[in-house]
Design a binder for this molecule. Structure first.
Ligand code: IFM
Length: 475
């Protein structure tokens, strides 16, 4: 495959069809535990990820977020980098244990001060702050009381949301409650691959509900405090039956779609769990944790749905196949291993699956959307004397997925923005620092940041509000 990458500004007019709608939001995303470091500073309490990553065998080579990208101390430099890339928006998350070290009770002002400074720095550089309130770093004290499996955590989350809004609400317009509750519930309490590392199918479905309830309660609190844009970010699965002509494969896809997508989207956007998912959950819990009126709370209006997308899934019926631990109740269903090109983390690359997913979400739920994460892990690093990072494969990935977005827009999907994951290499959860998703390279020894070729390419995409045919990869 030949790759011609145009990263310098040429200023030539764009061919039609590669332009994004006027006002399209261009950003990059990160998350608190993945970049901040300063784990024990200024009164921050421990989170489930501190506990988990310090437990031997949980994270690749025992890596932790103790230092990460040291963003807590380097945010000025990092915001300058964002400005240099021409980002219009920056999506970052607030660490709950910095704000309320025990998850409830006393507020740690010094924690809020950090986000205050960061937000001011962004605004000073003309970058719109897009805040996520929960990107997985639950205060450990709350986990000790049952974490997301108990209702109290949902209630505490709403209180925390109001506290953060009271401090930043005069400057932050877009509020995302949760990031990828599927991961919090299914990886945190199902496979145990993520913090808190529990393996209990009943806990998965209790957590799904309390995460959703927490979203609904927080959305209500934010709205009544005057928040303009309220959203939630999911990682919906682009799931297809391996053989669309085979009814058993189609049914397998229905179940996986239910577990990944409809179990969240239906209560959020239609006000009720789907019947088949109620039955599915009832195999593991008695559903007494779902109280009358909860679905109405969860159905709080949102202004935009955040969609994180990386890879498709293909499933087939396979009698006797054991359930995957992260998807309780999927015995007899096989997930096809990735085929074709994959990224370093082993995820299949198929941009057309993103178009399919957006089309489907638009058709079934009719909600405005933003891509709040999309990106690829590659083991890249500075090359030769120049120290530049030539990540052509990442440019190819991003280019393909942006074209997939354009295809969806041309089908009538109301897609309002795109955030690259990630602004910089960071702590990739159970994979530690091994997986590099950044468009900016981070040397974890020196903390030096080097914009990769993909960052330069992205700057040009943002400047043009579109893709250049000359920049197309692989032709
Ligand atoms: O790094 C994560 C992010 O925190 C949540 N979405 C997926 C990314 C890549 O795995």
């Amino acid at each position: 495959m030949t790759a011609t990458v145009e990263v310098e500004s040429s200023g030539e007019p764009l061919a039609s069809g590669v332009q994004f709608p006027e006002g399209f939001i261009w950003g990059a995303a990160t998350a608190s535990y993945q970049i901040e470091g300063a784990a024990n500073e200024d009164g921050r309490g421990p989170s489930i990820w501190d506990t988990f990553s310090r437990t031997p065998g949980r994270v690749y080579r025992g890596h932790t977020g103790d230092v990460a990208c040291d963003h807590y101390h380097r945010y000025v430099e990092d915001v300058a980098l964002m400005a240099d890339l021409g980002l219009g928006s920056y999506r970052y998350s607030i660490a709950w244990p910095r704000v309320q070290p025990d998850g409830t009770g006393p507020v740690n002002t010094r924690g809020l001060d950090f986000y205050d400074r960061l937000t001011d720095e962004l605004i000073g550089k003309g970058i719109d702050p897009v805040v996520t309130l929960y990107h997985w770093d639950l205060p450990q004290t709350l986990e000790d009381r049952g974490g997301w499996t108990v209702r109290e955590t949902a209630e505490a989350f709403a209180e925390y949301a109001a506290i953060v809004h009271a401090r930043l609400g005069d400057r932050v317009r877009t509020w995302t409650t949760l990031n990828e509750p599927w991961c919090s519930a299914y990886l945190g309490y199902g496979s145990g691959r993520h913090a808190p590392g529990i393996q209990d199918p009943a806990a998965v479905f209790k957590s799904v509900h309390h995460l959703l309830l927490g979203h609904g309660l927080a959305a209500r609190a934010l709205r009544s405090a005057g928040a303009q844009n309220v959203s939630i970010t999911l990682n919906p699965a682009a799931v297809s039956p391996l053989d669309p002509q085979n009814p058993a494969d189609v049914d397998a896809a229905r179940i996986v779609d239910g577990l990944h997508n409809r179990i969240f989207l239906d209560p959020l956007l239609r006000g009720a769990y789907p019947d088949d998912m109620r039955e599915h959950m009832a195999r593991f819990t008695d559903l007494s944790h779902i109280q009358d009126g909860d679905e109405k709370i969860i159905n709080a209006p949102i202004d935009v749905l955040g969609v994180n997308f990386y890879t498709p899934s293909y499933v087939s019926a396979k009698p006797g196949h054991p359930a995957s631990p992260e998807n309780p109740g999927t015995e007899g269903i096989a997930f096809r291993p990735p085929v074709g090109p994959i990224t370093d983390i082993g995820w299949q690359i198929e941009p057309a699956a993103l178009t399919r997913l957006l089309d489907r979400l638009h058709q079934d739920y009719g909600v405005p959307m933003m891509i709040t994460e999309n990106g690829a892990a590659y083991p890249d690093g500075p090359s030769g004397d120049s120290g530049e990072v030539h990540d052509t494969n990442r440019i190819e990935y991003l280019d393909g997925h942006l074209r997939a977005c354009l295809d969806a827009i041309s089908h009538g999907v109301d897609l309002r923005g795109y955030f690259a994951w990630s602004l910089m290499d960071n702590f990739e959860w159970a994979e530690g620092y091994k997986m590099r998703f950044g468009i900016v390279h981070v040397d974890y020894t020196t903390q030096q940041r080097v914009p990769k070729d993909s960052a330069k390419w992205y700057r040009e995409v943002i400047r043009r509000n579109g893709l250049s045919d000359q920049g197309r990869i692989g032709e």
